[in-house]
Ligand binder design. Structure first.
Ligand code: DC
Length: 207
């Protein structure tokens, strides 16, 4: 059996939570591809060129503890619009997507560019206000000094850049299931997604 689950969608739509839950439910490895762009963007804040940052990423860069800040998110979205940066990161993601035992990848272009042959594709979304409130709560919880208005403005700016770029823009794959989590709690969203995977692939959850 081969199972790759592609999860795309705008910032703070719940992709990470859903990805981890689906990976656990179906016994799959998980790759948060946003973290790769964040790690590259993080290095540009130290003055490294974007392409050099992408080409020389190490595992340690992905483990840096400050990848979740608003500044790094913005830098990630900026470097992610550069076609050469994306090209430098494709092979690693494709190999992960087709690894033995299956995988869940979440990002912006997984179902459209990285793994168009994925057996299951989701486009996870939620209203701007709901996404901003969720991200605001996370940032406050982790000690960041932000306002709800600034988080909402940041999300909208980033989504606009991610959607408008020419290289692998954020958009649903034609065969993606759209999952709007605005009105769903986490348990409902996870149960809905698991049922959708099984309905499409015939593969039952293992956990
Ligand atoms: O998922 P995230 O918020 O951690 O992603 C950070 C930025 O990285 C996002 O604004 C756009 C970029 N990104 C991308 O272009 N393609 C991906 N597959 C994942 C992230």
């Amino acid at each position: 059996m081969r199972l790759t689950i592609a999860i795309d969608g705008p910032a703070a739509a719940g992709k990470g939570t859903l990805s981890r839950a689906l990976a656990a439910a179906f016994g799959l490895a998980h790759l948060d591809t946003g973290l790769i762009y964040r790690a590259a963007g993080r290095r540009t804040l130290d003055g490294t060129g974007a392409l050099e940052a992408a080409q020389s990423l190490t595992a340690a860069d992905l483990e840096a503890d400050d990848l979740r800040t608003p500044d790094v998110a913005r830098a990630a979205s900026v470097v992610a619009a550069i076609p050469e940066v994306r090209a430098a990161l494709v092979d690693f993601q494709r190999a992960f997507a087709r690894r033995q035992g299956g995988a869940v990848l979440d990002g912006r272009d997984i179902g459209t560019v990285i793994c168009p042959e994925a057996e299951m594709k989701f486009f996870v979304t939620a209203s701007d206000e709901v996404r901003a409130e969720r991200r605001y709560a996370e940032l406050i919880e982790s000690g960041h000094d932000v306002t709800l208005a600034s988080v909402l403005a940041d999300l909208r700016e980033r989504d606009a850049r991610d959607s408008a770029r020419a290289a692998a823009p954020l958009k649903p794959a034609e065969d993606a299931e759209v999952l709007d989590t605005s009105e769903m709690d986490i348990d409902t969203a996870v149960a809905t997604a698991i049922a959708m995977v099984t309905a499409r692939t015939g593969i039952p959850p293992v956990a």
